[in-house]
Design a protein around this ligand. Structure first.
Ligand SMILES: [Zn+2]
Length: 159
């Protein structure tokens, strides 16, 4: 036997062949950060005493590297971006109305199919093994897709 259990070259791990991807902030003492990259929040916290006081959280958040104000549209098929609002106003989850509708349509469809798949798997008498394997595979595929379609209901209800 053996061929299957050999540790061949191709692991899925992205090895460090392509330069620095993670950039930590190697500045032990930043002197009045003149346009430099700000340290991350966790770095600022660890620079403080062992248990950083909570009344410094806001201060460190202001000083740290800011989180992005742009995120991709929640529709997994879309590559457009959503922007955190400058003033008030609800932060958008979808870049437009159509993506919002598509998201819910596809999500509902996958969920409905899953209900039928699970019912078919649990029926009496139970499905033969070929059919069961097929159904399980189809169910797993939908669950895999559904990971990209989390329940956004609390957000949507406000609409
Ligand atoms: Zn979109």
């Amino acid at each position: 036997m053996g061929a299957a259990s050999q540790p061949t070259q191709g692991t899925d791990q992205p090895q460090s062949t392509r330069g620095p991807t993670t950039r930590t902030t190697p500045e032990p003492r930043s002197r009045s950060s003149g346009g430099r990259v700000r340290p991350s929040y966790s770095v600022l916290r660890t620079r403080r005493v062992e248990n950083p006081p909570l009344d410094t959280v806001a201060e460190d958040l202001q000083a740290c590297l800011q989180p992005p104000a742009i995120a991709t549209c929640m529709n997994p098929d879309c590559s457009q971006e959503c922007r955190w609002p400058k003033g008030r106003g609800r932060p958008p989850l979808f870049h437009d109305r159509l993506c919002h509708e598509k998201y819910h349509l596809i999500r509902m469809r996958l969920l409905a199919e899953l209900v039928d798949i699970d019912s078919a798997l649990n029926r009496e008498p139970p499905p033969a093994s070929d059919e069961r394997i097929y159904l399980e595979n189809q169910g797993a595929r939908r669950r895999w897709l559904l990971l990209r379609y989390p329940d956004l209901a609390p957000e949507d209800r406000k609409e």
